[in-house]
Write a protein that binds this ligand. Structure first.
Ligand code: ZN
Length: 401
């Protein structure tokens, strides 16, 4: 059926044409790029969720398209081309990939509509990801999987896919999956005995060329469900990558695929048990340390204990325990290169740790504060923590007497 566009769309009649000749109707500049208006083109300029093609005109890269109100297709070029005739080459791997994803989308959308009454309300074909949005957010993974199986059955049926322009009269008689969203001549895409829908994109001519369709993700978004999927070579590449990853994990765990999850769960359980054991051992070690410090103080007959701890946790624990025993404690440790100190005392000790810590901080150039029974300070890098502790201990001894 004769449909008039200023630029004849070669891909409407034959989406497999990769090389074509065309006459240049006009030269211009668009967005700072040299642009050619051609009398015919095999390049798909983009639209309806399908990205534009890439390729060359006379060997010069085509970087974009603009379609004017007359249906003329302007080809934006990397460099100017001055001839009256051009040879165009479509980057075929990219285009065929788009044909596979796009035809697969028709099949999957039709399967979802027929089996689950889920209507496709959005379509995105990205460089990595392909998604559709459907208007039934609560579909389960099992339901989606059943539609995926139907879609793959339609693919292996190798049914004919036919695209053509139809008159208004014929259009009204067709069982369309959705209503056309464009004005003017309507093009429909029919998958024999399965689906009829309006579309202006490029498709394969037999469903078998889609290869397969695999759903890869579901994402609920308000009143819509976003379904990610892959078709054809993309799906096969994804399958290869997935196998590679599983193989690597499987080799690493020296187990078969089915055992991967139970083995990981067993390892996680053992790790939790080991962590618990370590925590208990650390606690016991700290208790033993405190016991030793207490005994030491008893032997000396004094009530002051000095201890250099390995970390903050140990320091806080030791200081609290010793103060609880009615002793006075000077506990130091080094954190990220900076010396830290806690001064703590039990009820029976008559010393003001808050004012003592201020004195120490002042002497060594640090900052600190606290309460009379417990105070803490941080000292600058390079200060000898043991010297600072000795100074504190001496002060306490003088005060306590
Ligand atoms: Zn389409």
């Amino acid at each position: 059926m004769g449909t008039y566009y200023l630029t004849r769309r070669i891909y409407y009649d034959n989406p497999y044409i990769k090389t074509f000749r065309a006459r240049v109707l006009q030269w211009n500049e668009i967005d700072g790029r040299p642009a050619l208006l051609l009398d015919a083109t095999a390049f798909y300029p983009g639209g309806g969720g399908q990205p534009p093609d890439r390729g060359t005109l006379n060997g010069v890269a085509v970087v974009g398209f603009e379609v004017d109100e007359r249906g003329g297709v302007w080809h934006l070029l990397k460099r100017p081309v001055k001839t009256r005739e051009v040879v165009g080459r479509v980057e075929w791997n990219r285009r065929f990939d788009h044909m596979q994803q796009h035809t697969g989308q028709h099949i999957l959308s039709a399967a979802l509509a027929q089996m689950l009454e889920a209507n496709t309300v959005g379509f995105h074909l990205g460089a990595e990801e392909v998604t559709i949005d459907v208007d039934k957010p609560d579909l389960t993974a099992t339901e989606i999987s059943s539609a995926e199986w139907l879609a793959n059955r339609i693919i292996t049926d190798n049914r004919k896919v036919e695209a053509r322009f139809v008159s208004k009269g014929e259009l009204s008689l067709l069982p369309l999956r959705k209503q056309p969203s464009v004005q003017g001549p309507i093009r429909i895409v029919e998958i024999a005995g399965f689906d009829v829908t309006p579309c202006g994109g490029t498709h394969v001519t037999h469903t078998g060329e889609v290869g397969l369709v695999k759903v890869t993700g579901l994402d609920r978004r308000g009143d819509k469900l976003r379904i990610s999927f892959l078709c054809g070579w993309r799906a096969l590449k994804d399958y290869a990558r997935t196998r590679e990853t599983l193989d690597a994990i499987s080799r690493h765990l020296t187990t078969g695929y089915e055992e991967i999850l139970p083995v990981i769960q067993k390892l996680q359980k053992r790790l939790r048990e080991e962590q618990k054991l370590r925590e208990n051992a650390e606690k016991a070690l700290l208790e033993a340390k405190v016991d030793a410090l207490r005994r030491e103080a008893g032997v000396n007959g004094g009530r002051l204990v000095k201890h250099l701890a390995g970390n903050r946790q140990e320091a806080q624990f030791v200081a609290s325990r010793l103060a609880g025993d009615g002793l006075a404690a000077v506990v130091g440790w080094v954190e990220n290169g900076r010396p830290q100190m806690i001064l703590a005392r039990g009820d029976g000790v008559d010393a003001d740790m808050a004012s003592l810590i201020k004195e120490i901080a002042e002497k060594f150039g640090g900052r600190g504060g606290g309460r009379p029974e417990r105070a803490q300070c941080g000292l600058p890098e390079g200060i000898d923590i043991e010297k600072a502790m000795d100074f504190a201990a001496e002060k306490i001894v003088n005060e306590v007497g």
